[in-house]
Write a protein that binds this ligand. Structure first.
Ligand code: 13P
Length: 249
């Protein structure tokens, strides 16, 4: 019922020429994909990537945006700027933004509202740290992060956003949540959405992210709650990313 969505988060990798080469290599490998395919690239690559994805099934994503429409916010980018560059998706609240750049649940909410208002699809990241999982707070924490991020949206709008469950301890570490752990926590997120937005919970797509790769993607994607993946390291090579996109091939 929910169409899977596999997105690459390139993080701070690839120059425009490298980005062009990666997307040109990727396009033929994912042309028959059954899922939505997104590449979230650094903003300096928007022009090169939007040109390279013309006529393909690959969509362009950004890694962050500001919530104001314009103004004195040196270094920031607005939703309108992203839109005009061909961006359709935007990652919000990634744990690296929370850890290194002071992102909070409240600012994730402001960005989410601005993105939806502008017609962008947010990919909202939530997830617990290792010590929070060990202390037994995972379920309460991810439910809270999710509901704060979505606060102020209508159920109709919530149905169209994408949420990424990314346990912080699994990002870039080679440690993946087990299929069952990921499925269970994503189920908790979906029930939190249901508590506030009813049946929109059955439509909202929830990805897993954290060391997802060609080897483990099939098992994760076979889980009933998991609707896709947000892929870091394995999205930087066309071959690897295409294998995740074609998880059931
Ligand atoms: P890795 O796939 O490199 O663990 O990164 C996951 C991630 O943070 C995607 O947003």
């Amino acid at each position: 019922m929910r169409k899977p969505i596999i997105a690459g988060n390139w993080k701070m990798n690839k120059t425009p020429s490298e980005a062009k080469a990666l997307v040109e290599a990727l396009a033929p490998l994912v042309a028959d994909a059954q899922c939505d395919v997104v590449v979230c690239t650094p903003a300096v690559n928007f022009a090169a990537v939007s040109e390279a994805i013309k006529g393909t099934n690959i969509k362009l994503g950004a890694q962050n945006m500001h919530w104001k429409e314009s103004g004195a916010y040196t270094g920031e980018l607005s939703a309108a700027m992203l839109k005009e560059c061909g961006v359709e998706y935007v990652i919000l609240g990634h744990s690296e933004r929370r850890q290194y750049f002071g992102e909070t649940d409240a600012t994730v909410n402001l960005r989410t509202l601005a993105a939806v208002k502008a017609g962008l699809t947010p990919i909202i990241c939530v997830g617990e740290k290792k010590e929070e999982r060990e202390a037994g707070y995972t379920n309460a924490l991810v439910a809270y992060q999710t509901l704060i991020a979505l606060s102020g949206l209508t159920a109709e709008q919530v149905a169209k956003v994408v949420i990424a469950y990314e346990p912080v301890w699994a990002i870039g570490t080679g440690l993946t949540a087990t299929d069952e752990q990921a499925n269970e926590t994503i189920g908790v997120i979906r029930e939190a959405v249901r508590s506030a937005y009813g049946d929109a919970a059955d439509e909202v797509r929830i990805q897993y992210g954290g060391s997802m790769n060609p080897k483990n993607c099939k098992g994760l994607m076979a889980q009933p709650q998991i609707d896709g993946g947000l892929i870091g390291g394995a999205s930087l090579k066309a071959e690897d990313f295409s294998k995740v996109v074609r998880f059931d091939a």
